[in-house]
Design a protein around this ligand. Sequence first.
Ligand code: NAD
Ligand code: ZN
Ligand code: ZN
Length: 368
Amino acid sequence: MTQKSRAVICRELNQPVVVEDIEVQPPGRNEVMVKLHACGVCHSDLSATTGVIALPPPLVLGHEGAGEIVAVGDGVSNLAEGDRIITSFINMCGQCGSCQSGRPVLCDSASQALWTLPDGTVRTQDSSGDALNVFMGCGVMAEYATMHVNNVVKITQDVPMDRAALVGCGVMTGVGAVTNTAKLEAGSTAAVFGVGGVGLNAIQGCRIAGARQIIAVDMSEEKLELAKTFGATHTVLVDASTHKTIRKITGGGVDYAFECVGNGKVVESAFASLGKGGQVIVVGVAPGDDKTTVRTLVIPAEEKAIRGSWFGSARPRRDFPRLLGLYASGELKLDELITHRYSIDEAPQAFADLEAGRNARGVIVFDA
Ligand SMILES: NC(=O)c1ccc[n+]([C@@H]2O[C@H](COP(=O)([O-])OP(=O)(O)OC[C@H]3O[C@@H](n4cnc5c(N)ncnc54)[C@H](O)[C@@H]3O)[C@@H](O)[C@H]2O)c1
Ligand SMILES: [Zn+2]
Ligand SMILES: [Zn+2]
């Protein structure tokens, strides 16, 4: 049955998001309809509204959601009505070379589900009957969404859904950058540049992995204070000598520097903060024309590296339950990440608050 749904939409670039009544079509083959309980507001949603992440409007935003399945399409055998799920903004086919080598974030099918479902069509239309694109196969900043089964991960743990939603991007991305991408060894030193929704999770990932020194770097004093509660041992307010301060704290530079801003200049500062053998892990998503310049010689001579981390190099069906388990055992902080809950009609305010840096994570809760 076609479902009426409130949804948060980017109609026009560089304009505030709008909340509209849309129609969500029932699931087709290998698809499910999800009733969302909560959806986090990630900087990548904001970047889609400014064109930094180039997804064509009109676009239903949202890719950090949790909810329950209310309808299943033909061919769906591993999910049923009533199942609770977290979204994956990567469509994971399970069959391609990347999926088969344990790197589903690089799945070949992901590039087919950037603003549509993987078959190139959408199940969403506005009140005039015009098609609406969906953020990376998700579009879950809405009461309902019809998604491909390869974009949903079933959860069995009894976790509050607003907290579960955060695992669908910010938590997985930040913690995974440390534990999956960097594979940080206990006793290492680390710096995290940008301690917002993703960076705070990189901080707690470093803490869980046993980093000896964890240096939070940000332009906001408030964010730095928050970072201490997530495990930062030191804080540095950004200035021209940030890298020197970090080299001093660590006696020569960090083993790992996580860039969680999306800015080539910050990547340069992170690189300058490395000790011998150190690596920068770039998590932030910069505009397409942004560039980073580094001294080439030190790459071989000091065995330094710059590498990327997409969705925390996740294997979502393995990692989501692990992260929820860490929450259950008290090691992973999710409650503290949510600094504001919004109704869907308050979404424009949620985006304004994100842009102004007022939240660790803001979450839209449905049926609030
Ligand atoms: N790689 C991935 O898979 C992935 C997934 C999710 C988000 N992202 C990207 O990660 C980035 C962070 O997302 P978020 O949701 O945490 O955003 P956020 O807005 O919550 O946090 C960004 C933080 O960076 C700080 N900051 C801004 N400029 C800075 C600078 N020059 N130096 C130091 N700190 C600075 C801000 O004060 C803020 O605390 C975005 O670019 C987002 O698109 C990447
Ligand atoms: Zn995100
Ligand atoms: Zn694949």
